[in-house]
Ligand binder design. Structure first.
Ligand code: CMX
Ligand code: CO
Length: 133
């Protein structure tokens, strides 16, 4: 069901500094910037091969990334797998007995459809399913 790594989400305290660091160090330019209120983040995407690096800034302390920064500090927040259908992916994981965060597909950035799977289900890694469009 996994077609590709869509992105790796990285929680940062200072988004502009992190973006500049990536630009200067790796010689890459941001491909997309978006605020996703429903997820409580502002994100910047760098395209790398068929995937993205997603730098995440929390919109406030009481958001998933805000709580993560408070408890764990900066670092990898989640891994996103690209799938053909998020709905089919959720159905499959639910049928296999895995703990989901989102029971229904939601709207992500870039017009994608997304859903999150609980980190307790997969070895302490928060997983996001991403479907283009
Ligand atoms: N990766 C791995 N483990 C994580 C985690 C993460 N990103 N965030 C929390 N956890 C762990 C905690 O360490 C904790 O473990 P213990 O019970 O062993 O201490 C447990 O999960 C519960 O953590 P918490 O801080 O009490 O829980 P939260 O209220 O922060 O909820 C989670 C955690 C994963 C359910 C919540 O962050 C969530 O719903 N995430 C999905 C949405 C999201 O992350 N949006 C931002 C990204 C948007 C995007 O990519 O577009
Ligand atoms: Co993401």
């Amino acid at each position: 069901m996994i077609e590709d790594i869509d992105h790796v989400g990285i929680a940062v305290g200072d988004l502009e500094t992190a973006v500049e660091r990536y630009r200067a160090a790796y010689g890459i330019e941001p491909a997309h910037r978006e605020t996703v209120e429903e997820q409580g983040v502002e994100e910047v995407l760098f395209a790398v091969g068929t995937s993205y690096i997603q730098l995440l800034r929390p919109l406030g302390p009481e958001t998933p990334v805000g709580r993560f920064l408070e408890k764990r500090g900066e670092g990898i927040h989640h891994v996103a797998y690209r799938v053909r259908s998020v709905r089919e992916g959720l159905d499959r994981l639910r049928a296999e007995g895995h703990r989901l965060i989102d029971e229904e597909p939601r709207r992500g950035s870039r017009g994608t459809t997304i859903a999150f799977v609980h980190p307790k289900a997969f070895d302490g890694v928060l997983i996001e399913l991403v479907e283009e469009g």
